[in-house]
Ligand binder design. Structure first.
Ligand code: DC
Length: 231
């Protein structure tokens, strides 16, 4: 039976890197949901729309064709048939607007449906802000990754990005629809002062203590599958 490991946390906390490696160790599919919100944000900006105009964004949603195919064991994002590259998803403009798009309930409803549908394809490690609280609240395998503000800002700067983390966190925690919270039952792992490898091992230890079945053998996930049909 497929299981979902949920990994939530604030911006630049290291959760994507940790989740990707945990998925690899277990042979599960890695799902980065931040990139899904980033893809919609990119589409809105690319169409010349104001990301703060929720009504206009909602009106345009049906015309956005979004897919998240799985390639090499992880989800990718595809808009109107085109794969989006990392520099498009992580541009300064997307960093500045993504929390505006992510607070629109209609955007969230559409992406949450796609995220839940992925379980049909196998066991998942899914990272984001609301995975343990809203997308898969019944999962027994919840992790919350944290790091100090200083460490997170340093990591972003090292990536050469302009990203107002404090403002993004404020908006992500304060929004009405599925705010960032520490989900009930989540194990909190602060990786400010430990290596990536140590953080991954702490996550695996936590999953072991939560009785994740057979940690050594992942499920036979198909590494190349188109997950969500275009809609
Ligand atoms: O993880 P990230 O920094 O790439 O996420 C970008 C934004 O997307 C984040 O500021 C809030 C939003 N997001 C969300 O609202 N819910 C998720 N499950 C994942 C991301």
């Amino acid at each position: 039976m497929s299981v979902v490991i949920t990994i939530d946390g604030p911006a630049a906390s290291g959760k994507s890197s940790i989740a990707r490696l945990v998925a690899k160790r277990l042979g599960y599919i890695f799902v980065g949901t931040g990139n899904m919100y980033r893809a919609f944000t990119w589409a809105v900006l690319h169409r010349g729309m104001d990301p703060d105009d929720a009504a206009a964004v909602i009106a345009d949603l049906p015309s956005i064709v979004f897919e998240c195919p799985i390639l090499d064991g992880q989800t990718h994002v595809r808009l109107d048939g085109h794969d989006l590259a990392a520099d498009q998803l992580n541009s300064d403009a997307v960093n500045a607007a993504v929390s505006l798009i992510a607070r629109i309930p209609e955007v969230r409803a559409r992406l949450v449906a796609d995220q839940r549908a992925l379980i049909r394809l196998g066991s998942l490690v899914m990272e984001g802000r609301d995975i343990g609280s809203v997308v898969f609240p019944d999962s027994p395998y919840k992790i919350y990754i944290d790091a100090s503000e200083e460490v997170r800002a340093t990591r972003r700067r090292a990536q050469g990005q302009t990203d107002n983390l404090a403002e993004r966190d404020r908006m992500d925690k304060a929004r009405q629809s599925s705010p960032l919270v520490i989900p009930d039952g989540a194990t909190i792992i602060d990786n400010s002062a430990i290596t990536l490898e140590e953080a991954v091992n702490q996550v695996l230890d936590a999953l072991r203590s939560k009785k994740l079945p057979d940690l050594s053998a992942g499920t036979a996930n198909d590494p190349n599958t188109t997950a969500a049909p275009p809609h």
